[in-house]
Design a protein around this ligand. Structure first.
Ligand code: CUA
Length: 411
């Protein structure tokens, strides 16, 4: 009996330590923030500061806090949000959940973790202590093992059974909730490709950052053009494989506006760790910013859709091309500073004669660029792996023109 009490005391001390670790605050910023030095989200141009009262007038923001719909310093307000440092909060174990359905799974995770800790320490301490207490020593007679003890055996069968059945029931209920999106969910198409994401919204707007409304369920319909990828947004507690020639789904309801991490969680080739890199350090090749999930304040998602559409309608071709170069993931393989990467650089390329794998040469012109976008392997260049994906059906004619004009501008 005394031993029982002693190990219970030790176990509760361990649990107390665990509780402290859980409560320990941690800033979730893991991505270096280009542009703004402070780790805390600055209030620059933050459309998220718009009070909910303006939700009915999404196109105009009379309050001074919201950035205007037009570009500010070359950056649209929604890109400023996307470029903000990651502002996940949380503790040692997890970033704070911003998905409504995540409360259940977090509770589940922590309960199972705490239970495991409890039994791990309780059993280990008993084993070590009994070994010491009943060890063979002079003057100590070995005690015969008990054949059985009904009270003990019933206790250690019934209590764990209740715990396990409860965990199963709770887990099953949460699982059904997590895989069943509500009917009124906003649907966003997701296309994964080596090495970027393309998010297509209901009005045709595409982006490589995922912009979503808050307080509204969002359902992602995902597929891949090449290999397995995995959509992973830790703060939303969603991780789902994205599979070629098949659709997979996740849904979440973001509870707090902000900028959150988004990563590919399935190894998909050379640039997997940098998938959807939006900005690379020209010297070290390190990724300075990857694609993110931007959760908008009420009303701002609609404003984003309208403004984003206007932007792609109004940009000069070369500027549109530059945007696409970053947004479509061209920058993962092609540099614009002269260094070859997975593919050839774009610098000083246009108008020159380039060698082909079959030994011939071709002039790098509008036709060659277009053909390389649609059927990349048709006239491949030697010394590079055949990993360029086809952009057939993914680029509008004016976007192709934009990319050509951008490459032209680099000559
Ligand atoms: Cu895409 Cu890893």
């Amino acid at each position: 009996m005394k031993s029982m009490i002693r190990y219970l005391i030790i176990a509760s001390l361990m649990l107390g330590w665990l509780g402290l670790a859980i409560a320990q605050p941690q800033t979730g910023s893991n991505v270096p923030a280009p542009g703004s030095g402070s780790g805390v989200a600055p209030a620059t141009g933050t459309a998220q500061a718009v009070p909910t009262g303006t939700a009915n007038a999404p196109a105009t923001s009379p309050t001074g806090t919201a950035a205007p719909s037009t570009n500010t310093g070359g950056q649209a307000w929604y890109d400023i949000l996307a470029n903000k440092p990651i502002e996940e909060q949380g503790n040692f174990w997890l970033p704070r959940a911003v998905n409504k359905a995540a409360d259940d799974s977090d509770l589940m995770y922590l309960s199972v973790l705490a239970l495991s800790y409890f039994f791990f320490f309780a059993i280990t301490i008993c084993v070590v202590w009994f070994c010491w207490k009943y060890r063979h020593r002079p003057g100590h007679k070995a005690e015969p093992s008990a054949a059985h003890n009904d009270a003990l055996e019933i206790t250690w069968t019934v209590i764990p059974t209740i715990i396990v059945v409860f965990l199963f029931w709770y887990g099953w209920r949460s699982y059904i909730h997590v895989v069943t999106p509500p009917n009124k969910a906003v649907e966003i198409q997701v296309l994964a490709q080596r090495w970027n994401w393309t998010f297509t919204h209901a009005n045709g707007v595409t982006d490589s950052d995922l912009h979503v409304p808050s307080g509204t369920p969002v359902r992602l319909v995902m597929t891949s053009t090449d290999v397995l990828h995995s959509f992973y947004a830790p703060a939303m507690r969603v991780k789902q494989d994205v599979v070629p020639r098949r659709y997979t789904y996740v849904w979440f309801e973001a509870t707090k506006p902000g900028t959150y991490r988004l990563t590919c969680a399935e190894y998909c080739g050379t640039w997997h760790a940098q998938m959807a890199c939006q900005k690379t350090d020209p010297h070290t090749n390190a990724c300075l910013r990857r694609a993110v999930v931007v959760v908008h304040a009420p009303g701002d998602y609609e404003r984003y859709l309208a403004d984003k559409q206007a932007e792609s309608d109004n940009l000069p071709p070369a500027e549109l091309g530059k945007k696409l170069y970053e947004k479509k993931g061209c920058n993962a393989c092609h540099t614009v500073d002269g260094t070859p990467r997975v593919g050839p650089t774009f610098l000083h390329d246009f108008g020159t004669k380039v060698p082909l794998s079959d030994g011939s040469t071709i002039t790098m012109d509008e036709n060659y660029i277009t053909e390389s976008l649609m059927t990349p392997q048709a006239k491949a260049r030697p010394g590079y792996p055949p990993s360029m994906p086809s952009f057939q059906g993914q680029l509008k004619p004016k976007e192709i023109t934009g990319l050509i004009e951008y490459i032209k501008s680099l000559k």
